[in-house]
Design a protein around this ligand. Structure first.
Ligand code: NAX
Length: 328
């Protein structure tokens, strides 16, 4: 049998962690033939709660779970890791300025990047979920000079899935028939979910919708502000849907996208579509042989251009802010 794959999850005692760990243990991250060993990272105050979750993982008697170890030290948690899910982050508290938020997260993602650089496995794949996800990923990546930059990604798959669901409802078509949706830019309210290249049962989705006002005034804001709507309704931020999207992101990365389809992920820009090189921005991406690649050669209309530029501008500002703080 195959040796277990090491999966590190940070923020393991948080609400996304709680939804995520059981799905990893059940084989949904890497498949039913791949045993996993979980390495949980938490801050010292939350280690006890993580230990409680580890007891429950044991009680799941998952055939693929080779064991669970808990750490409060990043160097140890990322030792030998093959898949790193960076979920734990510093949330924005009342009255906190963006600079303070970026600085607090720099204090988390810089040492984690260094720890990945020092000890992760050769084939490590990193997904940053903790917000601000794109810029946290950039901070971690810039402190891991020995790891290929394309191993660092940020999660926009939840936005992608939200967009799929909204379009599916609008057209009365199952999500399985929708292809080539794309989230562009930052995982924030400026993100641009685009249906202009999307296909529904083989037809162009924007033509099938045939309602520009719905796209501009309903679809885009509903997807971009869905996180706030969940908080409003549930009294807590998205957790199970975020965990589900993290599973999808890694599963696709490892297993590839279907022919004739793509997905969305925050990846290091190579300058494609005018997105400055080095920024971690969401793009339409395909996955093949364990690599995400930006879909090339798409025509970008004026409506899309403006929205992509606005979100990328925000990413550039976040990068400049963390640069000033000496974090990248
Ligand atoms: P919780 O506050 O429930 O859990 C976060 C956990 O991280 C806590 O247990 C905390 O102790 C831990 N933590 C803090 N600093 C740490 C460190 N240095 N090392 C290890 N663990 C640390 O938050 P939760 O709801 O689970 O959300 C986690 C993150 O995901 C947040 O930043 C949130 O904003 C972000 N999200 C990102 C999404 C995306 O699509 N990219 C969507 C969902 C979610 O909002």
């Amino acid at each position: 049998t195959q040796a277990p794959v090491n999966v590190t999850v940070t923020g393991a005692a948080g609400q996304i962690g709680y939804a995520l760990l059981f799905r990893i243990a059940s084989g949904q991250l890497l498949g039913q033939n791949t045993p996993v060993r979980l390495r949980l990272l938490e801050i010292p105050q939350a280690v006890k709660a993580a230990e409680g979750t580890a007891l429950e993982l044991e009680d799941g008697a998952f055939p693929l779970l080779a064991g669970t170890d808990i750490f409060d030290d990043a160097k140890q948690a990322f030792e030998g890791t093959n898949v790193a899910l960076l979920v734990g982050a510093r949330p924005r508290s009342k009255g906190m300025e963006r600079g303070d938020l970026l600085e607090a997260n720099g204090g988390i993602f810089k040492p984690q990047g260094e720890a990945i650089n020092a000890g992760a496995a050769e084939d490590v794949k990193v997904l940053v979920v903790g917000n601000p996800a794109n810029t946290n990923a950039l901070i971690a990546q810039s402190h891991a000079p020995d790891v290929p930059a394309d191993r660092f990604t940020a999660m926009t798959r939840l936005d992608h899935n939200r967009a799929l669901a909204q379009l599916s409802k609008k057209l009365g078509a199952p999500v399985s028939e929708i292809k080539k949706l794309a989230i562009w830019g930052n995982h924030s309210a400026t993100q641009y979910p685009s249906i202009f290249h999307a296909e529904v049962a083989g037809k162009n989705a924007a033509e099938a919708v045939n309602d520009q006002a719905w796209i501009a005034d309903e679809f885009i804001p509903t997807v971009a502000k869905r996180g706030a709507a969940i908080i409003e309704a549930r009294g807590a931020s998205s957790a199970a849907s975020a965990a589900s999207a993290a599973i999808d992101h890694v599963h696709t990365w490892v297993n590839g996208t279907a022919d004739g389809d793509w997905t969305s992920a925050g990846v290091v820009s190579d300058g494609s579509y005018g997105v400055p090189e080095g920024l971690i921005s969401s793009f339409p991406v395909t996955a093949k042989n364990g690599k995400y690649e930006i879909v090339q050669g798409l025509e970008i209309d004026d409506f899309s251009r403006q929205r992509i530029d606005a979100s990328v501008q925000e990413l550039a500002e976040e990068r400049d802010a963390v640069k000033k703080l000496g974090l990248v």
